[in-house]
Design a protein around this ligand. Structure first.
Ligand SMILES: [Zn+2]
Length: 283
């Protein structure tokens, strides 16, 4: 057995009492649950008022362990590495795998102030810690990382910028602009289905915004601000935001960057027969 079924309501309540999933038993409060995530962040986790590529698929596994009032939600993502343009396993594997595990550790440590709050009818409120783990696999990872050894072009040509396509394909430039550790944190953010919070070729002077969807939280809209970095051209406008997804080297991690965890926890619990309120809160 895992946990207690919901207590029957006493007295007369309006409406129907909560009903169980199977066999007349309510879904238990502390049952573990797990699920495979494959969700396009665009439109499911966020929308933007600026032009954005339409696919950022977050692939990972979610493991939910619940106690009476606590527990953990562990996000596991697998990475498969390939080497190109002069990069080699011998020369570059340690750097890139170290950056990946370091980045997952950063997403976890920056989540320390937050909890996934689960409120299941008939149970006590549970505050789940958010944990991230990564595994390097030979092939078939949630993310295919192309480790690219292209030399940095001589100035004044623009530097190489690592990027993620579709949420599941990362091109990581060993000789790219920006610090390797921070760059990996930002790019892994995209593999969680999170958008950039900057745009330097915006066609209008009106500040664009990103709206993050809550599972049970109200949606949160972030309006970008005029960037200190010049726009791409004289006819465009540059905007960014004080956030790891918004400025190079920035280390601000607002709660809404973890809204997707609540969305996926709610989904996994629902698949297990539990209709719960799921929010992002504090410890
Ligand atoms: Zn980015």
């Amino acid at each position: 057995m895992c946990g207690d079924p919901p207590k029957p309501p006493s007295g007369t309540l309006p409406g129907k009492p909560p009903s169980g999933g199977t066999g007349g038993e309510g879904p238990c409060c502390a049952c573990p649950a797990k699920g495979d995530v494959s969700t396009n962040g665009f439109s499911n986790y966020f929308t933007t008022t600026y032009s954005h590529s339409n696919s950022l698929t977050n692939k990972c596994k979610l493991d939910i362990i619940r106690t009476e009032e606590g527990g953990t939600v562990t996000i596991t993502k697998t990475f498969a590495l390939a080497y190109t343009a002069g990069a080699t396993e011998a020369a570059n594997k340690a750097t890139v795998t170290g950056a990946i595990s370091g980045a997952m550790g950063t997403w976890q440590s920056e989540a320390a102030p937050y909890r996934i709050i689960v409120e299941q009818p008939g149970c006590k409120q549970q505050k789940l810690k958010i944990q991230f783990t990564s595994t390097i696999v030979a092939s078939g990872g949630d993310v295919a990382v192309s480790v690219d050894g292209t030399p940095a072009p001589p100035a004044p040509a623009p530097g190489l910028r690592s990027f993620v396509q579709g949420g599941t394909a990362m091109t990581f430039y060993i000789n790219g602009v920006g610090e390797i550790a921070w760059t990996m944190v930002h790019e892994i953010g995209h593999t969680f289905g999170l958008p950039d919070e900057y745009i330097y070729n915006h066609p209008s002077a009106t500040a664009p915004s990103v709206t993050y969807k809550g599972a049970s939280d109200p949606d949160k809209t972030v309006t970008l601000v005029t960037s200190a970095i010049p726009a791409d051209s004289a006819t465009t406008f540059g905007f960014d935001h004080d956030c790891v997804m918004g400025r190079n080297g920035n280390t601000v991690y607002p709660d809404y960057l973890y809204y997707w965890v609540a969305i996926e926890v709610k989904k996994v619990l629902k698949d297990a027969g539990v209709s719960a309120t799921v929010k992002v809160g504090t410890a």
